[in-house]
Each structure stands twice: as C-alpha cells, then as structure tokens.
Design a protein around this ligand. Structure first.
Ligand SMILES: Nc1ncnc2c1ncn2[C@@H]1O[C@H](COP(=O)(O)OP(=O)(O)OP(=O)(O)O)[C@@H](O)[C@H]1O
Ligand code: SF4
Ligand SMILES: [Mg+2]
Length: 325
C-alpha cells in the first residue's frame, strides 16, 4: 500500500479537543479545587499510511492527547471524527467496537507484557477479548510480520531482549488489524542500536498495512526519520505543525526553533545561536494569560502577555501559533 496523499479524507480529525483533570477536592463541595488543563484545545488530522510525530517536553500533554485520540480517556470537550463520524461521545457499546480499530504501543515493553503469560497468549489476548477465533494461526502470522519465529509462542517474556519484547508488543497491537496505532515513546527505552530496527519495523508495517500512526517521541532525530508530519505541543496546545521537512528544517515558532537547535551540531562562528529554552514549563493548573510560551520566549513582547496567538498558516502546510512569525 502506498502512502496516502495528505489531501485525502483524513482517517481522524480532531477539533478543539480538551482534557482537564480535577485536582484536589473542596470540603462540602462537588467542585474540585482546580483543574489541570493537560490538553487544552487541540486540532489535528491523522491520515492513513502516514505518521504524525508528536513532540514536546515532558508534561506538555502528549500521552494524554494520545490516549484521548484512541478513546482510552474521555475528553472534557471537543470533537473526534473517525472517517468523518463523530466518536467523542459514542455509547459504551459502540466504543467497544471502535477500540478494535485503535491500538497503543508503550515505552516499556516489559511492563506491557504479563510475565506469567506465554508470548502466544499475550499476542492472542486482543483476539481473545474480542471473541475472535483462529488465534493460533493469526499469532504465527503476526510474529512473522515482526520478524520473530512463530516458535517463540510457548516462551515467556523474560527470555527476550528489550527490542524483541517491543516486537512482541507490536505483533499484539497488529492482531486486530487496527487503522490507527498510537506509539508512546516506543523506542525510548531501547539501546540506540536497536531503536533503528524497531523504527524500520514500524515503517515496513505501515507500508504493508497502510495504517496511520501517531508517534510520540522526545527524540527529533527519530521523528525526522519516521514521521511525515509533526505537531509540536506546548502546555496542552499545538504551537506548530506541518510536514517534517517544513517544521524541522525551517521551524517558525520560537519554541520549535529552540527544540531543533538543541539537536543540531555546533554551528560555525558567526552563525547566530538559538539557545535551547530556559526555565521550567509553567504549571498546567495555572496557565498564563496570553501566549503560553511567553515566560520562556526570547522574543516575547507586551502583546504576547495579553493575547493568545492562534495557529495560522506560515508556509504551504505549515502552521504556527506566534504573533511574530
Ligand atoms: N490522570 C491524571 N490526573 C491528573 N493529572 C494528570 C493525569 N494524567 C496526566 N496528568 C497531568 O497532565 C499533564 C500532561 O501529562 P502527560 O503525561 O500527558 O505529559 P507528556 O507530554 O506525555 O509527558 P512525558 O513526556 O513525561 O511522558 C501533566 O501535568 C500530568 O501531571
Ligand atoms: S507569541 Fe510572543 S511569546 Fe509567544 S512565541 Fe511568539 S514571540 Fe514568543
Ligand atoms: Mg508521556
């Protein structure tokens, strides 16, 4: 299957998506003390056969967004459309059916596999939970798809390396032939030498099966390799998005510029150095007025502290939320 055109009808469209968590309870009140705005108004599109890289520093809301997309979390508000059909408020019954179309792959393959279950049982678990038969054959097929021998089905997770265990998790995620996989830092815990193999495996599978990926990663090098499109998240919002080439080669938002500059090799003298961001991410319980990045932005002006910038087009498919780009 070939990569889809970004202009095709998207697999998933997300609009104004929010997840606010209650924090602290007040005595004699049902209302919480405060709300933590983990995801605070996100618009996205995910396409079949394409990978969206989701980047941003720790605590900016990437995992929460990933879980919202595949309905592991209930959104506070906003719209999620799958093939044009609204799924943000479907019944529990319908949600059960939808879940087959989504899978998640996590950072820690050991934590994702039950150490007491044989590999074959783990890989077959999604089929078992969904009452699907012919499991033995499908397990063998999926293990082969991730370049493992079907004979390992009778063995246990501790007998395998981190990379092999992540292959097993990927095999399990594929058994129900999902349309979308959210991979949350899937190679971060692996040796560098193994990371490339797993990234290539993700790509091979996508080419064969045409599924859409959301690939969450701190590592812009990995994102550059695997993703077609990138969304840069800061304090619950997307501050820049576009194709990998547009965003990573010509970042428009000061935050993206800082992230990108941090991975570039040292520049020759005379070339302007863009410092990585200083200071801490503000608390998502107390989001500052105006631009969320203003407290750390070297370009901040008075306007930035008053008015929140919205995502606007800066190049072909590239959008950034900054008053001054
Ligand atoms: N269930 C929850 N209840 C309350 N707050 C939560 C919950 N889950 C996440 N948060 C908070 O939401 C914010 C975003 O968390 P999230 O895990 O989505 O960030 P992240 O970008 O994935 O970070 P990391 O890169 O460290 O994985 C954080 O402040 C986190 O503490
Ligand atoms: S709007 Fe202002 S504070 Fe925000 S990123 Fe742009 S220049 Fe920096
Ligand atoms: Mg996370």
């Amino acid at each position: 299957m070939h990569r889809s055109d970004p202009n095709d009808v998207p697999l998933m469209t997300v609009h104004a998506l929010k997840k606010h968590f209650p924090v602290g309870r007040q005595l004699f009140s049902k209302e919480p003390k405060a709300w933590l705005r983990a995801v605070d108004g996100v618009d996205l599109q995910i396409h079949r056969g394409r990978t969206l890289g989701l980047v941003g520093e720790s605590g900016c809301g990437k995992s929460t967004l990933g879980r919202l997309l595949i309905r592991l979390l209930e959104p506070t508000s906003g719209a999620i459309k799958l093939d044009g059909e609204e799924i943000s408020n479907v019944s529990a019954r319908k949600l059960m059916g939808l879940r087959k179309r989504f899978q998640m792959v996590f950072q820690d393959p050991m934590g994702s596999l039950d150490p007491r279950m044989k590999i074959g049982e783990s890989v077959a678990e999604p089929m078992y939970l969904n009452g699907i038969g012919n499991r033995r054959e499908k397990v063998a097929e999926m293990l082969e798809a991730v370049s493992l021998s079907p004979e390992i089905a009778n063995r246990f997770p501790h007998e395998f390396s981190g990379g092999q265990r992540q292959r097993i998790c990927i095999a399990r995620a594929l058994t129900l032939e999902p349309d979308l996989i959210v991979a949350d830092e899937p190679v971060a815990a692996l040796d560098v030498s193994v990371q490339a193999q797993i990234v290539n495996l993700f790509q091979d599978i996508q080419q064969k099966m045409g599924l859409g990926y959301v690939f969450i990663s701190h590592d812009l090098g990995v994102v550059r390799h695997i993703a077609d499109d990138v969304a840069v998240m800061y304090l619950g919002k997307i501050v820049e998005q576009g194709s990998v080439k547009e965003v990573l080669d010509a970042p428009a938002h000061p935050y993206t510029r800082a992230l990108v500059s941090a991975i570039l090799p040292p520049r020759p003298t005379g070339v302007r150095f863009r410092p990585p961001v200083s200071g801490d991410l503000p608390s998502p319980i107390n989001i500052p007025k105006g631009c969320r990045f203003a407290s750390r932005c070297p370009m901040a002006k008075d306007l930035c502290r008053e008015e929140e910038p919205v995502l606007r087009r800066v190049a072909n498919g590239q959008h950034a939320a900054c008053h001054f780009t």
